[in-house]
Design a protein around this ligand. Structure first.
Ligand code: THU
Length: 141
């Protein structure tokens, strides 16, 4: 499966990049010191942000993507058009396995997952590249 587009500095991304960076800046990550931001964009262009929120009881922390998806669902949306994820890694963030599956619930194989660092977009991937042969809701219908 080819990547969507390797262009790393599309001006179309700039508002979304600012929003996901702001979300990353709100992260509560005192244990890992690894702040992450996520920004879900819905089909109608609405955006929902999330950050990671860690906990002294480590497994109780949650990922940025989880928070952004929960905000989207709470607002009444159930389809992800694209999702931006930012960490401070120069190569860009990459979603954990659990979050790939959480994204899959509200997205499809071709949904762009846009991996960002503070300097901009580093990689554009389709969800199917990150989670091939995924189990999704259609298996249960
Ligand atoms: N983290 C995320 O927020 N999203 C991911 O997809 C990868 C990991 C967070 C969880 C934890 O707070 C920190 O990054 C280090 O694992």
């Amino acid at each position: 499966m080819p990547v969507v587009d390797q262009n790393k500095d599309s001006s179309l991304d700039s508002n979304y990049l600012a929003a996901v960076k702001q979300a990353m800046g709100k992260a509560y990550a005192p244990y890992s010191n690894y702040p992450v931001g996520a920004l879900v964009v819905t089909e109608d262009g609405q955006t929902f942000a999330g950050c990671n929120v860690e906990n002294a009881s480590y497994p109780e922390g949650h990922c940025a993507e989880t928070a952004a998806i929960a905000a989207m669902v709470l607002a009444g949306h159930q389809r992800i058009k694209q999702i931006y994820i930012m960490s401070q890694d120069q190569q860009g963030a990459t979603p954990c396995g659990g979050c790939r599956q959480r994204i899959r619930e509200f997205a499809d194989a071709q949904t762009p997952v846009i991996l960002c660092s503070p300097t901009g977009v580093q990689q554009r991937r389709h969800l199917a590249e990150l989670l091939p042969h995924a189990f999704g809701p259609e298996f249960l219908s």
